[in-house]
Design a protein around this ligand. Sequence first.
Ligand SMILES: NC(=O)c1ccc[n+]([C@@H]2O[C@H](COP(=O)([O-])OP(=O)(O)OC[C@H]3O[C@@H](n4cnc5c(N)ncnc54)[C@H](OP(=O)(O)O)[C@@H]3O)[C@@H](O)[C@H]2O)c1
Length: 229
Amino acid sequence: MKVAIIGTGRMGQGLLKTFYPSYRQNVWFTGRDVAHAQRVIEELGLPLKAVPQEEALQADVIIPTLWFRDLLPWAQEHRETLKGKIVIDITNPFNENFDDFTTAYDTSAAEELQKVIPDSQVVTAFKNTYWVVFDTPILQGLKSDVYVASNSDQARGNVMQLLKPLPFRVLDAGLLKNSRTIERMTLLSSELARKAGSHPRIAFNLWGLEHEGLPREKQDKTVALKPVS
Ligand SMILES: NC(=O)c1ccc[n+]([C@@H]2O[C@H](COP(=O)([O-])OP(=O)(O)OC[C@H]3O[C@@H](n4cnc5c(N)ncnc54)[C@H](OP(=O)(O)O)[C@@H]3O)[C@@H](O)[C@H]2O)c1
C-alpha cells in the first residue's frame, strides 16, 4: 500500500518521520514545491526522493496535511484523482485565534471534506496528535491514542491496519460524525495543556483500555486504599 503525505509543514514532517521506518519507499512525500519537499526530506536525513503532487496522488492512501481553510479547495481541485481512494483527514478547523472552531457543532472538518469528495473514503486520524508528539510518541511508557473514524468500515479497517506498526495506540472511533467530538477534544486538550504549562506536548490516552506499551502486571496494578483509622 502506497501512502502519500501532502504538505511539508509540521504535521507533514511528523507523519513522514513516523511512517518512514515501517513503510520506507512506499511513503511518498510532496508539497506545492517539490524542490522544497526534497530539502525537507534531506534535512530529516531520510533516503527518499520527493515526488510531484500529481504522482503522489496515485497512492492508495492520501494524507493532506493542510489547514482546513485550504483543505476543501484542494480537495475540490483534486476531486477526480481522489475518487476511490482513502483520504486521511487530520485537520482541526481552528479559527484565527486558535480558541474556537469555524465549523458548527453539527458537523466536522472530516464530514465537510467527505461532502466535497463523496466518491473517496474519508478517514479521521491524528486529529489529537500535536506535531511534537511524533518525536516522543511513547511517554511514561504509554502510547498516545489515535482515534480512527470513517463511514466506510473497510476504509477504517484498512487505515487501522496501516497505522498498526506505528508507535501509537490506534482505536476504532466509529462513524465519521464522531469527528465532531474528536476534533473538539483537540480544542479541549489545547486549553488543558496551556493551563498545565505543557502545551503542545499533550495527547489523549483513554484510561481503562488495554495499554500495549506497558507490561501486563503494570496495566493491572491497583492501588490499595488505606483504611480510614
Ligand atoms: N500542528 C499540530 O500539532 C496539529 C495537530 C493535529 C492536527 N493538525 C492539523 O494539521 C494541519 C497542518 O498543521 P501544521 O501544524 O502541520 O501546519 P503547517 O506547519 O502550517 O503546515 C501546513 C502545510 O500546508 C501546506 N499548504 C499551505 N497552504 C496551502 C495551500 N493553499 N494549498 C496547498 N497546501 C498548502 C504547506 O505545505 P507546502 O508549502 O509544502 O505545500 C504547509 O506546510 C492543520 O489542519 C491542523 O489543524 C495540526
